[in-house]
Design a protein around this ligand. Structure first.
Ligand code: HSE
Length: 436
């Protein structure tokens, strides 16, 4: 049978990996897919670089629309990124009746509803394993492997850049800015690292996972997004003394009143496996009613790990493209007319526990005043750590771990504590998840 014909839009790091892995493992892949898969056309503005990668194995063009217009092409891989031209090209490819494979989490988290609806109307598949946690097959796991389950929550380290920075801050006791520069020098962080360090990239991925886990539309605009730029090395140290690590987590959780969708730094017990995921690695923990807890670990970025996910999608499409669209796996795991309108909760309604660090005057009655405010707010204390004031110092750090409470109540308590004259600086608040 003639190989299925693929057009690749953008041959940067992941595109090159996809081309090379597909060539290297073509025989195994053919035996699995039941048909050879061939990248027949590549579109890239840098045609010379593209030509260097593909040699005479594929036709190289500068104009992506030439790929979309080619009736021989069955599948279009979009590896351009962003919401601009990538969105237009994906929509045009769908309208042209092409199946689409994309690694573009930003595009799907923001415009997924429109894209999946267009694909459904046109009877084509949009596959996106590479969009979340790179090489980890988490989309496959959530959408198919766990399909028997009612998923309760997902908590993931889904941004390698920030996990690398946090690991280095902990290992070396260095401040955020210093480690960010090191990460940029090593190529772990981009020249403009905003999307990574401000939590936006992780929120895109958490948004996609929330939709698949709970059968809700993608709603990036409802996600709470907080990055790691304000984290201080001393909080990482205090957390360690209390038996915790600080990780940037993407959390999607089903609760009685709705769905929580949030990305923020988080204390996690050091004894949890996920707390020990170091460097640029990713991991996703899923709690579901039948299977219990499962954990998925691996490389969340990089040329061949991401190519591994892209090619898995190519194989899926090759196997399924002749199937009746109604018999394919739905894009968001649930049938499109079965999506739920359960609300994504505002952060004020989220229930979690907290780490608080207060710079206080080292004098009688200060601890009592602070704990008094927490008691009045019905916030229960789990642990307290007070650093011994240094020689001649008249102020000290007070660290408090609380039990669960609703965020709005903690906000009010924090405002009261902050107004105490004996609280000498801005209070640091970091959320805490036991993940048990
Ligand atoms: N920039 C991402 C990360 C990889 O640091 O994990 C691609 O999503």
């Amino acid at each position: 049978m003639k190989p299925i014909q693929v057009g690749l839009l953008g041959i940067g790091t992941v595109g090159r990996g996809t081309f090379e892995v597909l060539q290297r493992n073509q025989e195994e892949i053919r035996r699995r897919a039941g048909r050879a898969i061939q990248i027949a056309m590549v579109a890239d503005l840098d045609t010379a670089r593209a030509q260097q990668v593909v040699g005479d194995a594929a036709q190289v063009v500068a104009d992506a629309r030439q790929v979309i217009a080619n009736p021989e092409i069955d599948i279009v891989i979009e590896l351009i990124g962003g919401y601009g031209i990538a969105r237009q090209l994906v929509m045009e490819a769908i309208e042209a009746g092409k199946h689409v494979v994309t690694a573009n989490k930003a595009l799907l988290a923001v415009h997924g509803t429109e894209i999946f609806e267009a694909a459904r109307r046109r009877g084509v598949m949009v596959a996106f394993e590479a969009a979340v946690a790179g090489g980890i097959p988490i989309i496959k796991a959530l959408r198919e492997g766990l399909t028997a389950n009612r998923i309760q929550w997902i908590a993931g380290i889904i941004n390698g850049t920030t996990n690398f920075i946090l690991s280095e801050m902990r290992d070396k006791g260095l401040p955020f800015d210093t480690v960010l520069k090191e990460a940029q020098a090593l190529g772990y962080a981009e020249t403009d690292p905003t999307f990574d360090i401000e939590g936006v990239d992780a929120a895109h991925k958490a948004t996609i996972m929330s939709a698949i886990a709970f059968g809700i539309p993608v709603q990036f605009d409802k996600a709470h997004v907080e990055g790691i730029t304000k984290l201080e090395a001393q909080d990482i140290r205090y957390a360690e003394q209390l038996g915790y690590r600080i990780k940037l987590l993407g959390i999607a959780k089903r609760v009685a009143s709705g769905v929580e969708l949030r990305v923020h730094p988080c204390l996690v017990p050091a004894k949890r496996l996920i707390a020990n995921v170091e460097g640029a690695m990713n991991a996703v923990m899923v709690q579901a009613d039948a299977v219990g807890t499962t954990l998925y670990y691996g490389k969340g970025a990089g040329s061949e790990p991401t190519a591994s996910a892209v090619i898995a999608d190519l194989v899926d499409i090759t196997r399924l493209h002749t199937a009746d669209p109604l018999n394919r796996v739905p894009h968001l795991a649930f049938q499109p007319d079965e999506l739920s309108d359960v609300a994504v909760l505002p952060m004020a309604q989220v229930v979690t526990s907290y780490y608080l660090r207060l710079r206080v005057a080292d004098q009688a009655g200060v601890l009592a005043k602070v704990t008094g405010i927490l008691a009045e707010s019905d916030i229960s204390i789990d642990a307290v750590l007070q650093r011994e004031a240094g020689e001649g110092e008249n102020q000290t750090d007070l660290i408090i771990l609380t039990h669960d409470c609703v965020e709005s109540r903690m906000d009010a308590a924090l405002a009261s504590m902050q107004s105490l004259p004996t609280v000498l600086g801005p209070i640091t608040r970091i959320r805490k998840e036991e993940l048990n």
